[in-house]
Design a protein around this ligand. Structure first.
Ligand SMILES: [Fe+2]
Ligand SMILES: [Fe+2]
Length: 268
């Protein structure tokens, strides 16, 4: 398994100028205004880790959006739905940059080693184009993205400094469309999904829900060791009881309930 460092770069010149023109809000943020002098070193390191980890997650989500987008085209989903989803990879690239720059503002990114061939779980072999799209969209959007929205919004509310507030505000704004998209797709696909298809999608949702619950457990285990709520919430990374309570509530209301309403029953 090839292990590579998660590093980012810009091409620069005209290419960067064109990118900046597409998303001018990135440069408009109050970069360079974060004073970290009063923050204890161990808390700062943890904050840098959190934001680097967030950049890496956004990078993975970008890959997930591209994989889902390809499947959407292959199953000839409605053009307007495809058009809407085609904006998502760019959104995620912007989020990667925003999170990585937040880590830089706090003193620099931390080391993440990864296997670039193993960043998303592909849909299983032998599925029809429609089910390939549905499998990925249920996991990436109906669970992953739908759950991340209320959590991001909670973190955005807790953020007190204008810079993380602006960064999270932008991400929250983009993600609103990502969260509803998955369920819109399911509503369109519904007449063509059999009972077995829906059982398959329930199991797919289960796998993702279980993986997320594992992450919550590790947050719960670590939250009392170095997390300082007064500083952490100010720097906009929540690891508090509030976060975990919101996460559990959101999983039920934003993920499981709307899936159940569409005949998809995750058991996890
Ligand atoms: Fe994102
Ligand atoms: Fe997203």
């Amino acid at each position: 398994m090839p292990e590579e460092l998660f590093e980012l770069e810009l091409f620069g010149e005209g290419i960067e100028r064109r990118y900046r023109k597409m998303r001018p809000e990135v440069e408009a943020m109050p970069w360079g205004t974060l004073d970290v002098s009063g923050i204890p070193e161990n808390v700062l390191v943890l904050a840098r880790k959190q934001w680097t980890g967030a950049a890496f997650q956004e990078h993975r989500t970008g890959i997930a959006c591209c994989a889902a987008l390809r499947a959407l085209l292959e199953c000839r989903a409605p053009l307007d739905l495809i058009a809407m989803a085609s904006r998502f990879p760019l959104d995620e690239v912007v989020h990667v940059e925003l999170c990585a720059r937040m880590a830089m503002e706090l003193g620099g990114g931390t080391e993440i080693v990864h296997d670039p061939d193993d960043l998303i779980v592909e849909a299983g072999e032998g599925l029809s184009p429609l089910m390939r799209a549905a499998d990925m969209i249920v996991r990436f959007f109906c669970v992953g993205e739908a759950l991340s929205i209320p959590l991001l919004r909670g973190t955005w509310h807790a953020a007190r400094h204008p810079l993380p507030k602006a960064v999270l505000g932008r991400i929250v704004k983009d993600e609103a469309a990502h969260g509803t998209f998955g369920f819109a797709f399911l509503d369109w696909a519904d007449p063509d999904l059999t009972t077995e298809d829906k059982a398959h999608l329930g199991r797919a949702a289960d796998r993702t829900i279980r993986a997320i619950k594992k992450q919550w457990l590790s947050i719960e285990k670590n939250r009392n060791t170095a997390y300082d709520q007064s500083v952490g919430d100010a720097l906009a990374w929540m690891q508090s009881d509030d976060y975990l309570a919101l996460a559990a509530k959101s999983m039920e209301q934003r993920v499981r309930r709307p899936l159940r309403e569409r005949g998809i029953h995750p058991s996890a």
